[in-house]
Design a protein around this ligand. Structure first.
Ligand code: ACO
Length: 310
């Protein structure tokens, strides 16, 4: 049997309406709009209110992605949700979204790989599709980061935002063919970013910053070497949006023009597993272009992927 390549046929985003500018923090924290923007590239982020959960945001993005892909919840063979902010410990956020997606009977599971969650999830989708086990997979990255950050910790609360992104991955079809995915983990760095059983996020910002640049550079070099292509042959570098200075450091190493690097950090901040599908939605589709995507996050997880647009 000739197997079809796993292809992202549609991506869609959902951001809650409440915009929170940097100036919001000036009222109660020792910080400023200028400090936040200069150190991170963030101008504002979206915050979900008490009535909106991670699964609610994931559902909104999923419905848009299914509509764009021209399929219904009934057509989904597998539902994957990448999140580090589940609604509750059990059942999974994927199970909650399945119950809200009218007619969806697909098996569903969560993937916990922090900000690398979308690319980790994509590797699972690719493997299932290429094995021939499933044909239509819905992958959602959704996060309510406001439920895990300490509102009084100026070094973390300013960095994160809420939101969701979703992709439909099919066997064959037009869209972004997933050529290659690489995953990695530096488990010894798990102390650098964690959420204790009861408590809020703790982060060693500089350690994460340095490791993100180092692993980001290595991941790009590895993917280019494996695909036997040069960086000049990449049309879009799709980075996880954590800090504009991390992106600019990696950009400088490879001398990539800014036009090839879409960003959303200024208006989304870091939406963790949602950031890459949110960006994918914003890139206009043109055939025969190459995309290279890189993500990193708590764990310390990292991942990279190469796509070709068909
Ligand atoms: N406003 C003003 N000052 C601040 C703020 C703030 N919001 N936050 C920290 N500072 C202070 C620090 O307390 C420190 O003060 P001190 O010198 O008196 O001790 C000073 O600024 C410098 O602190 P640094 O940590 O050296 O600042 P840096 O330039 O590294 O920026 C930042 C901090 C923005 C957190 C940066 O380290 C960073 O972005 N790291 C990566 C974080 C990240 O991407 N995390 C997400 C990973 S993905 C995931 O899985 C969730």
């Amino acid at each position: 049997m000739i197997r079809q390549p796993a292809t992202i046929v549609a991506s869609a985003a959902y951001l809650p309406p409440n915009r929170v500018p940097n100036a919001h923090f000036e009222g109660y924290l020792d910080t400023s709009d200028a400090w936040i923007f200069e150190r991170t590239g963030i101008k504002e982020r979206r915050w979900a209110d008490d009535t909106m959960s991670t699964s609610d945001m994931g559902l909104m993005a999923a419905q848009k992605a299914l509509e764009k892909a021209g399929i219904t919840p009934r057509d989904i063979d597998l539902l994957l949700v990448a999140t580090m902010t589940p609604d509750q410990p059990l059942p999974s956020t994927a199970a909650l979204i399945q119950s809200k997606l009218d007619g969806c009977k697909a098996p569903a599971m969560d993937i916990s790989a922090a900000c690398s969650g979308y690319l980790y999830g994509l590797s699972v989708a690719k493997a299932y599709i290429e094995s021939g086990m499933y044909q239509n997979i819905l992958l959602i990255g959704c996060e309510k980061m406001t439920q895990v950050v300490d509102p009084l910790d100026r070094s973390t609360v300013i960095l994160f935002g809420d939101g969701a992104g979703a992709s439909v991955i099919k066997a064959g079809g037009k869209g972004l063919r997933i050529d290659r995915i690489v995953l990695g983990l530096d488990g010894h760095l798990n102390h650098a970013l964690f959420i204790p059983q009861s408590g809020k996020m703790k982060m060693l910002g500089q350690e994460i910053f340095k490791t993100a640049i180092q692993r980001g550079v290595e991941t790009i070099e590895f993917l280019l070497h494996q695909e036997k292509i040069a960086i000049e042959e990449i049309d879009h570098l799709v980075f996880h949006q954590a800090n504009l200075r991390i992106i600019q450091n990696i950009q400088k190493r490879f001398n990539v023009p800014s036009e090839k690097i879409p960003t959303s950090i200024d208006f989304t901040a870091n939406t963790s597993a949602a950031s890459i599908p949110i960006l994918l939605e914003s890139i206009p589709h043109q055939e025969n272009q190459r995309y290279l995507s890189v993500a990193f996050g708590a764990g310390f997880t990292y991942a990279g992927a190469i796509f070709t647009s068909l």
